[in-house]
Design a protein around this ligand. Structure first.
Ligand SMILES: [Zn+2]
Length: 250
């Protein structure tokens, strides 16, 4: 017997199915990643097609059947509308990067409430005007790594344990190393970049506008975070949204 279930969810991805339906991948707060079919959602006069788009934050009701890969959506409605996101290319692109990374990082039916809080708080920040979009995205990427159990060690060298004021990411073992220990040309983090990462680590997401790194720092930090995530999280490479983000952020 199918069980009716309900949860808040962020839409990760949607694809057309048949002439009238949609297959929708969701990150639900209660149940982790769940894929549903929205039958008839693309029929004229159906409002749901606009609702079932990434990165919308919605509530879903669906029929869950054990052993099924795709569950059946009953209905859905908005929790929050991110009008500011859709109006701005940089913010909407950053949101797509955040959502695509989440899609790659989480597994079916493996709930992660803290990650759900992280993605919804990030989308809320990106929806607001006056935020440095790159700073919000980098906060998200650093804390995504932390939540997945791959938070970088920012204070001391991954090899000798000495305190560091600059570092480089060693791509053979994925650690940040001090200048004495690094053996190859890794991904460099100068003093301001390392300090900025530590700020991102300890600042609340609502206070990010107090952090104002320069462009060089943002570039270094972005390069580090992407390579750190590529190294530690399976399936994170070749993100489609990243190349658009690079064009928009350039
Ligand atoms: Zn060292």
């Amino acid at each position: 017997m199918p069980t009716p279930l309900s949860s808040d969810a962020v839409v990760l991805r949607v694809i057309n199915y048949s002439d009238t339906s949609l297959i929708v991948r969701l990150f639900t707060e209660q149940f982790g990643k769940v894929t549903v079919i929205a039958k008839g959602a693309r029929r004229p006069k159906q409002a749901t097609a606009g609702l079932l788009q990434p990165p919308n934050h919605i509530t879903v009701w669906y029929q869950h059947k054990e052993g099924r890969d795709i569950q059946t959506l009953i209905k859905s409605e908005f929790v929050e509308r991110y009008a500011g996101l859709t109006a701005d290319l940089a913010r909407s692109t950053a949101a797509m990067v955040a959502v695509e990374m989440l899609d790659r990082a989480v597994h079916d039916y493996d709930p992660h409430p803290l990650l759900f809080r992280l993605i919804t708080a990030t989308l809320r920040q990106l929806n607001q005007t006056g935020r440095d979009v790159a700073v919000v995205l980098h906060f998200y990427q650093l804390h995504l790594a932390r939540q997945l159990g791959f938070g970088p060690r920012l204070s001391s060298c991954g090899q000798c344990g000495r305190p560091m004021n600059k570092a480089s990411l060693d791509m053979s073992n994925g650690s940040l190393l001090c200048d004495r220990c690094r053996t190859q040309e890794g991904i460099r983090l100068g003093r301001p970049s390392l300090e900025h990462l530590r700020n991102l680590d300890r600042t609340h997401i609502s206070k990010l506008d107090e952090i104002q790194p320069n462009d060089k720092t943002k570039k270094e930090v972005e390069n580090f975070l992407l390579n750190h995530l590529y190294f530690h999280v399976d399936g994170m490479s070749n993100l489609k949204s990243i190349k658009f983000w690079r064009q928009v952020a350039a």
